[in-house]
Design a protein around this ligand. Structure first.
Ligand SMILES: *[C@@H]1O[C@H](CO)[C@@H](O)[C@H](O)[C@H]1NC(C)=O
Ligand SMILES: *[C@@H]1O[C@H](CO)[C@@H](O)[C@H](O)[C@H]1NC(C)=O
Ligand SMILES: *[C@@H]1O[C@H](CO)[C@@H](O)[C@H](O)[C@H]1NC(C)=O
Length: 820
């Protein structure tokens, strides 16, 4: 720097030297001359100046010597004694920035040797332009630099000194900078760039300015440098989205990673300041789960399945950010497009199950609601029933359908329905769903019990045990439970004047008919019972069937001999004329059998005879005939023991004795006593009267008691039952009940009379009613009858009516007791 300093004094001195060549008093001489004189230019006449003889110069070998290796800048013309420039003299090279530049040369003369110093005072010539150290000044200035900022510029250097050195700078005019020139301590001048107006990299990234340095020479010389200003980016720009609002549509259920859209934001800054990254800004957690954004590309992608039914429109805020955190936002509106992804849902709102089977067609049995979460056509739903069932769907308000019956229901045919309802929407492809609802049909008691057969007939052997089963009826009722539960009962009716319940009872559950009593074929050959079958519905339905009960005969009756009177009371004696010839009819045994058929097929046999071989009896006719002529030797009294046998299995028989008197004259019967029954008869009458009186008294007493009891118990005691339970009256002695019910004892005893065949006489007239005599000896009446029978043999209606009266009393009493 020292070289650059110019001393004002030195400059002034140099200038004077240039003009005046000074003479040295000591044999030295000095010349002032400017640098850069042409070779050969005359500096001065040294010989003259030194007072030397020009002519002797050559002889004295005058010459310029240099010390050592130094350059010889001048020559001497030995002819003229002039010093000429031998070498280019550059002050700057010799003295640099020294204020005075003195070049010393030596003039040597020989013979005698003389040494003179020749001083050259070299003056400065403006031969150097100001020069910058570099051609280019690179400045990097942050665009954010404030106005007034100062940037030091390199100083321009001018090798010249003094006025010839740099005196001023000038700057190419521009918008941003001005130049400030300053001097430094050693007088040098330098420039400063002052920012006059802020830079904006985004407008102008760089500036090129030319700085010119001018020196003070005449003419002035100048040097330039190019200042290259690079405007450095400051992050002064936020990213800017290409659109402030983006609108896109997206089908729901788009697969993951589907690109929804790409947002883009640009940042005018450069480098990291212009590097934009994207993020979702301020979204709910749920939306955040739905989308993701690529931080660098701005690609918004689907992150999880999007359901139109949840969001039809999603708004996203997207944030763009540069490196130093300047942000901006944009809005993305994503319209979700519905896809038919929801099958209709069938909801059964109400179902009236079970439906009574008598529901009229058109009855509403249920309400169905169909929902589809999709929209538009995807939401339009059609509902139908494909099966052939007597139901249909009637569209009602909005998505409601009523399920109504279209026809009659019959539980007995179809008791339940599985109705499949199918709903399909109008999407493409359509979705459908179906639902099966179970509808049961409730029973209504609409079927009466139906008997398996039109009518029943049963065959029972007489003398059956009371309680034995007769037959079984069965009726079916297809209704449900109690509506189809059949209960059997007997229709109350009379059989021969007696209630049918005294003959048979029926098990209400099983339909088995039981005999209540032992039947007697001889009294009753058949009867009809009406069996009712009733279900338990309410109201109940019933039907009836008739059961014919046929009683079959058993051989339970012995033959009865009507003639002659049996059991040894016969006092009838047949007269046999002595003159009776062989084969003549003597008598005839007349017997009957209450049974029928084979059981009443009688045969007559001779068991014992006083005179065997005299009489025979017709096996079938019962006619007693002589087998041979009667002889005198034959005993007058002949007794025949006869048996009458029926053809039953086993057969029953009775015996009787026939007294025959072989005589022509009745007076010849001394041994025949006329037995008197007067006494016993009157005795019997007496007993009967006593019995009648006592029975009547008892009866009256009983009536009184009964009335009293009845007064107390107003309610009838329920002894009679309907239906299945066996009727208590059934356990009464059958004959009593019979008598009470009918009072026609006689009429019930009609037999077929099996008359003996081949009878030649019409002596015997048979009335068809043999009731009193042939009443079967059975149960309690047996004894009474026996006594009646006894009585009848002797006396007529008197006793008979007494006995009847007595009987009636008993019966009345008994029936009263039954009734109460
Ligand atoms: C209805 O469905 C049920 C159960 O799925 C089944 O047990 C029944 O038999 C079905 N009824 C008819 C009438 O198909
Ligand atoms: C029987 O039928 C009646 C109507 O007649 C009905 O109310 C009742 O529920 C039916 N009973 C059953 C067990 O189905
Ligand atoms: C028996 O059934 C017939 C028709 O089936 C009916 O007319 C009659 O009244 C019924 N008899 C009784 C006693 O219920």
């Amino acid at each position: 720097m020292e070289g650059k300093r110019f001393s004002a004094a030195a400059l002034t001195l140099g200038f004077c030297l240039f003009v005046v060549a000074a003479r040295s008093a000591f044999g030295d001489v000095s010349y002032s001359f400017p640098e850069e004189m042409k070779r050969g230019s005359v500096i001065g006449n040294v010989a003259k100046d030194l007072g030397l003889d020009v002519n002797r110069l050559s002889a004295r070998k005058a010459r310029i010597d240099t010390e050592g290796n130094r350059k010889r800048y001048c020559d001497i013309n030995v002819n003229t004694g002039e010093l000429t420039v031998a070498e280019r003299i550059d002050r700057e090279a010799l003295c640099e920035k020294k204020a005075s530049c003195i070049l010393t040369q030596e003039l040597v003369l020989e013979n005698p040797l003389e040494l003179h110093k020749v001083l050259f005072i070299i003056g400065d010539v403006n031969d150097n332009s100001p020069r910058f150290e570099t051609d280019l000044i690179d400045l990097e200035i942050l665009e954010s630099t404030a106005k007034g900022a100062v940037f030091l510029l390199d100083e321009a250097v001018d090798a010249d000194i003094g006025q010839n050195s740099v005196q001023s700078y000038s700057l190419q005019t521009n918008q941003h900078f001005i130049l400030n020139v300053k001097s430094n301590m050693d007088g040098g001048k330098y420039g400063e760039l002052v920012l006059d107006k802020e830079l904006d990299r985004e407008q102008q990234q760089e500036l090129t300015l030319t700085l010119t340095a001018v020196d003070g020479g005449t003419p002035p010389r100048s040097g330039t440098v190019v200042i290259h200003v690079t405007v450095l980016d400051a992050n002064d720009n936020a990213p800017v989205f290409s659109q402030s609002v983006y609108k896109v549509s997206l089908p729901e259920n788009s697969p993951l990673n589907t690109v929804v859209l790409t947002v883009s934001a640009t940042d005018a800054d450069e480098g990291v300041n212009g590097k934009v990254t994207y993020a979702l800004g301020h979204v709910s957690k749920r939306v955040d789960e739905l989308f993701s954004i690529d931080a660098h590309s701005g690609e918004v992608t689907v992150r999880s399945s999007i359901d139109f039914e949840e969001d039809t429109k999603i708004e996203l805020k997207i944030l763009a950010k540069d490196a130093s955190g300047l942000k901006s936002y944009c809005k993305v509106i994503i319209e979700i497009i519905d896809v038919n992804d929801n099958a209709p849902v069938i909801v059964i709102k109400t179902l009236h199950s079970p439906v009574p089977e008598n529901a009229a067609p058109g009855t509403e049995v249920g309400i169905i609601n169909v929902q589809d979460r999709d929209s538009e056509n995807n939401q339009k739903v059609h509902c139908s029933i494909q099966q052939s069932v007597p139901f249909k769907l009637v569209p009602s308000i909005k998505n409601y359908y009523s399920l109504v019956t279209t026809g009659e229901l019959d539980r007995e045919l179809v008791s339940d329905y599985n109705i499949t309802i199918t709903a399909s929407d109008e999407g493409s492809p359509p979705l459908s769903s179906s639902k099966t609802l179970h509808l049961s049909v409730a029973d209504v008691n609409d079927n009466p019990p139906v008997f398996e057969e039109q009518s029943y007939s049963a065959h029972v052997k007489e003398n059956n045990k009371a309680g034995s089963s007769v037959c079984r009826v069965a009726a079916r009722d297809p209704d449900w439970r109690q509506n189809g539960t059949v209960v059997y009962s007997l229709s109350p009716s009379d059989v021969s004047g007696a209630p049918v319940s005294s003959f048979v009872s029926i098990n209400g559950d099983t339909g088995v008919l039981h005999a209540v009593r032992s039947f007697d074929y001889e009294q009753l050959k058949s009867f009809k019972v009406l069996v009712l079958a009733r279900d338990n519905g309410s109201p109940p339905l019933s039907s009836n069937v008739s059961v014919s009960v046929w009683i079959s005969d058993e051989n339970d009756n012995s033959p009865q001999i009507l003639y002659p009177s049996p059991e040894g009371h016969s006092f009838m004696t047949e007269m046999v004329p002595k003159a009776a010839q062989s084969g003549s009819l003597v008598s005839k045994v007349i017997a009957v059998d209450a049974d029928s058929g084979q059981n009443a097929w009688l045969s007559y046999h001779m068991v014992k005879a006083t005179e065997p071989g005299l009489f025979t009896i017709g096996e079938h006719s019962g006619e007693i005939r002589t087998q041979r002529d009667i002889s005198e030797s034959d005993h007058m009294k002949q007794n025949l023991v006869l048996s009458v046998r029926d053809n039953g299995q086993p057969s029953l028989s009775v015996t009787c004795t026939v007294y025959l008197l072989i005589s022509d004259n009745l007076a010849e019967l001394p041994e025949l006593k006329d037995m008197s029954y007067e006494e016993s008869s009157s005795k019997l009458t007496f007993y009967l009267i006593i019995a009648l009186v006592s029975v009547s008294t008892f009866f009256l007493t009983f009536i009184i008691i009964v009335l009293a009891v009845r007064f107390c118990h107003r309610r009838k005691s329920r002894l009679l039952f309907d239906g299945a339970v066996a009727i208590p009256s059934a356990y009464l002695p059958p004959n009593y009940a019979e008598v009470e019910g009918a009072g026609t004892l006689r009429s019930s005893y009609n037999y077929d009379a099996y008359l003996t065949t081949g009878s030649r006489t019409s002596d015997f007239k048979f009335i068809t009613s043999y009731s009193d005599r042939t009443l079967p000896a059975d149960l309690t009446l047996k004894k009474t009858h026996a006594s009646v029978e006894d009585l009848e043999g002797f006396d007529g209606a008197g006793h008979d009516s007494q006995v009847r009266c007595l009987l009636m009393n008993c019966v009345v009493i008994f029936s009263f007791s039954v009734k109460f």
